[in-house]
Design a protein. Structure first.
Length: 153
């Protein structure tokens, strides 16, 4: 990860499931602006959706009075997405990733595994009783090479 980051967008939202639609729209718009292919755009939408739902459900103590922050940064090579909640209900990501591979119950529990599979880098910053920050990195698409006829003009 390069340290020359540029903030593209920062969104602070109430911890309410009704805000997920706005998140999806913003992620879709940004991924398209950055030139991601439709499949990668969908993957980015999926992981950000999962991370924000987790922030709302687990990090907010189920209180709409709390907020979470969603930030999009870019470096020369990467899109960096940060989701931070302030509920302070900490957890052990390694434990949940490990059990998600063995889990057979139907609802929930696969989010960390999916995020790690679809993103290039994933890091958690945990501060018990204060906040949880999830940092996800996706390599930016290579700029499309100009076709020979475009290069000649």
């Amino acid at each position: 990860m390069d340290s020359g980051m540029t903030l593209l967008r920062e969104i602070r939202m109430e911890c309410s499931p009704s805000n997920i639609r706005r998140v999806r729209e913003e992620v879709h718009r940004l991924a398209n602006e950055l030139g991601f292919q439709p499949k990668d755009t969908f993957h980015i939408e999926l992981v950000v959706d999962e991370a924000c739902v987790n922030a709302i459900e687990h990090g907010s103590s189920a209180s709409c009075n709390m907020n979470f922050v969603l930030e999009f940064h870019r470096t020369e090579e990467d899109l960096i997405i940060i989701v931070k909640d302030f509920g302070g209900r900490s957890f052990n990501p390694s434990y949940f990733e490990r059990i998600s591979k063995q889990k057979t119950w139907r609802k929930g529990g696969k989010g960390i595994h999916i995020i790690k599979e679809l993103m290039d880098e994933v890091m958690y910053i945990l501060n018990q009783g204060a906040f949880t920050t999830l940092v996800m990195v996706k390599k930016l698409p290579e700029p499309e090479e100009k076709k020979p006829e475009e290069a000649a003009s």
